[in-house]
Ligand binder design. Sequence first.
Ligand code: PLP
Length: 412
Amino acid sequence: MSDTTHEYAYLDNGDGTQVLPEVLEAMLPYFTESYGNPASLHQLGLAAEEALDEARESLATSLGCAASELVFTSSATESNNLALAGLRAVNPDKKHLIISPIEHSSVRNLAKHWAKKGFLELTELEVDDEGRVNPESLKQALRPDTLAVSIIHGNNEIGTIQDIETLGAICREAEVPLHIDAAQTLGKIPLNLHELPVDLASFNAHKLHGPKGVGALYIRKRVKIRRQFEGGPQEGNVRPGTENVPAIVGFAKAAEIAVRDMDKVTAHVNDLTQKLADGLMAIPHVRLNGPAINSSERLPGNLNLTFKYIEGEAILMSLNYQGVYVSSGSACSSRALTPSHVLTSIGLLHEEAHGSIRFTLSRLNTEADVTKAIEVTKAAVERLRAMTAFIPEEHSERESEHATTFYKKKND
Ligand SMILES: Cc1ncc(COP(=O)(O)O)c(C=O)c1O
């Protein structure tokens, strides 16, 4: 689906994507021609305000909500923080928060910080070995003083898509607001916010071929939150600061294109992901992390694998030298030496979590990218394993068989 050929294979689209030419084109006039501040009352300001209104309407259509329910922010990180801190500010008597153990750091670190400071009690729900939240554990965790439940919709590391209908229905019954972090799902799976039992939802643009540094928060009508910093009346008084008009225009355009092309892109990405998985799972001692690839329970294009007996960082570096760009764990933790909390939460041992690599594909990837990634990864794994003293010989056959069975089972 791409007419651009690269010397490298970019398989890190879960971290960030290339801005599409159509998106860039839509943004450019708001840097150079209609560059006014949308709050200004002259012609250039009004033109910027009009673009902002149109972008909000367009994004609302892509998301299945009303334009008045969207607030633009700088990122999904900000949206997540604003949702939870904003709710907490208007509900000081609610002293309990529920999250999953596989949240992005922007939810997880905030929640842990509050718990550490004694501001509230934190419950982390159970997930199964593929990262699905157990609805029973949610039912049991809810309390009269629960402020909110915050769940990652599509997990950025292992691709697990949560059953938000079921989890949301449980929250509705208890009259507790549900916030979802949908940074990875917008544009990848159909979303209709008015049909989903959610009260707040966070998004950003750079996962779907839009620009970096722009996000949005959906706040269902009648849900009250308080702004987290003081300033002007922008964004319905919820998020002060002059809006980043070019980025917002690009965000809306990227979402429109992603929704428009979703079926075609999903088929393309699924096909490539399957080929990549087939090639890489043929390497001995490889394990798939998360739900079956190309199933409705996993983000399209997400492939997270553990290469036993080697460090993910060593594979990543080796692939980088050969022009194959991937992640080990999530972007924010890929420079840290602690194992991914997502992988350990689904039961991986520390050494297995350390040996994990995430490949994330997008509409712009090609068969050539996949072929290159398979060749380079196979060679890297062989080379690195040849330097490893402790591959247990007697386990080789058995584990290889186990890995193959495991993989087959997941893809039946
Ligand atoms: C699920 C999820 N939530 C939040 C974020 C943070 O997004 P941003 O980089 O826009 O702050 C990311 C991006 O890494 C993500 O994947």
